[in-house]
Structure formats: structure tokens, C-alpha cells
Design a protein around this ligand. Sequence first.
Ligand SMILES: *Cc1c(COP(=O)(O)O)cnc(C)c1O
Length: 355
Amino acid sequence: MSSWENNVRKVVPYTPGEQPKEKNIIKLNTNENPYPPSPAAKAALEAFDSDDMRLYPAPDAAELVDAIAETYRVKPEQVFVGVGSDDVISMAFMTFFNSDKPILFPDITYSFYDVWAEVYGIPYKRIPLTADFRINAGDYSQPNGGIIFPNPNAPTGVLESTEMIESVIKANPDSVVIIDEAYIDFGGTSVLPLIEKYENLLVVQTFSKSRNMAGMRIGFAFGSKKLIKYMNDVKFSVNSYTMNRVTIKCGAAAVRDGEYFRATCAKIIGTRENAKKRLSQLGFTFPDSMSNFIFAKHKTASAKTIFEELKKRKIFVRYWNKPIICDYLRITIGTDNDMQALYDALEEILKEAAK
Ligand SMILES: *Cc1c(COP(=O)(O)O)cnc(C)c1O
């Protein structure tokens, strides 16, 4: 190795789900929303004056922060925004996880957490889920430098109660606790109200799933004024202008359109509940999902085979060749038509596999 390479920060990057270039694929592999964004976002995009591209955006993204604050009935000082929740969580790691003690997160969870811990040199410890993929609150009552988990968890889709989460926060007044609510709008209850009670709680959400705008990259977080101030201090020390002008306009318009948001979430929840029935009939088992995906295992056929066979039929789902989860497929909830195509393909594949 050349000598300059000895001083390179070497990391194993996060592997996102595939984004095939081909069209006419049924894409159930990255938990995107199958419906278009709010018409209000489209209108904001069309009204955007390209002359404004000349000018820097507002560093505080106030228009977007205010729209989020009004929608969620909190103060703008309690809102942080970033380039997707990935950016928000990465900033939170940099800001809050500075202890010699390990941060804690589940062993089966969003696979970006250990990547950030590695890149920032943060010690971490993975806490096993229970056999039925639950988070045991008691496991998080050990010395730590911070805590993070998604609710519902990914890729399991399992939702934990507000009471359980509050018990974790209560047991950890000396750490920042981050709850990643990327999927909370598909039937869960946000722990957002707890930010008034616990200064050390950060609640992270995103426009990528329930707000149909993964391509715009908007994430946001709620916390006490003090917590948000600390995050902004770090953010303004790294890059002041993370949110561009188009994103700010479209995001603000979209978040104010509550009616469209609730209607599309309800559609996805309806399709998901039907998917639970259909997948059971096809011989799959899965933890009960409260997200826009189902983490399913077939009683006889291997996940890898099903994954490959679906791909041949231009249906993409997510599969990880990793211990514990290699028997499972994570299937994003698409439109009713997407799902019908999936059930038809599965029927064919399973019949073939049973021969
Ligand atoms: C999708 C996802 C995110 C990140 O989404 P962004 O597109 O960066 O907002 C964060 N956490 C979990 C658990 C996710 O599934």
C-alpha cells in the first residue's frame, strides 16, 4: 500500500437497495412510496423561478422549518432539517455520540447505524432482539454513550409502544436517545409529545416514505430547543447550505398538504393489511408490520430463490445474505396492482419450487 494510504479514513460503506435503470420494473425493494407526491409539491416546483438558482438558499431553511413546526404544532426552535433523515441522523451521531462508552442499538436494525459509528469512530454495541424481533427495554439500562433505534424497527416492521420507549428514555437521563420514526405514519404513534418532557430525546422523521419524496432528500427531527441548537451548531460547522431552494419550497408545500398525506398513508395501510392475508395464504410468516413493508419468510421455499425468481420477472424485493435474516424477504408495499403482480408471480414460483 502506498504510504499516503496509511492515513486514509477507511470505511465499509452502507449498501442501499438497487435502483435499476430499466423501466417497467415493479420496485418493492427500497420502501419508496408508490404514489406521486402531493399536487402542492408539484405546483411549488412549477412556480419555482430558476433565476433564484443564482442565490444561496436560506441557511436555516426557515420556510420549511416553519411549515413543519406549524404542521406538528411545535416551535421552529424544536425542528432540525437535513438532506434526508440519513443526513439528520449522521449529524446527530456527530453531535451527541461523543462518549467513550458504546452507543446501543439492536442487532437487527437499519444497517446505516454501524456505518456512521465506524466512520465517526464511535464505540457501539449491538443488542440482540428477542426471538420474536422485539426490543427489550431492560437491555438498554446499561452504561452507554447514546441510544438509537427505529420505531417501527427496520427491516422487521415491528412497532414498540410509547410506554416502552418512554421507559428507555427515563432509564437514560445521561444519554441522548434517538428514535428513528421513518415509518411511523403507517399506523404507529409518534413519541413526539415526549420532547416536552425529556430534553435528551430526538425524534427523527423523513419525507422519503410516507410523504412520497425520497428523491428530494428531506429529513427532519424534533427535540428540545437545547438539543436542536447543539445540532445546528455542528451543522453550521460542516455545511450551512444543506437544503436547496427547490427542496425548501416543495417540502414546505408538501408538508402543509395534510389531506393528501393522510389519504395516501391510508391507501398503503389498506394494501398492507390485504398483503398480510395474501402472503399468509401463500405460506409466508412475518412479524406483524406497522410500516410500508413486510418482512416475510416462506415455510418451505428459500428467500434467496424467491428473490432471484422474482427478479427474473422484473419484481424487485430486498434480500440480505446475512445471519438471522437470510430466510427473509423485505417486501415494500406498492400499489394494489403491483401487489397483485407480486402474488401472481409468487404463486408461480412457489408451485415450481414445490415440484
Ligand atoms: C429509509 C430510512 C431512513 C432514511 O431515509 P432518508 O431517505 O434518508 O430520509 C432512515 N431510517 C430508516 C430506518 C429508514 O428505513
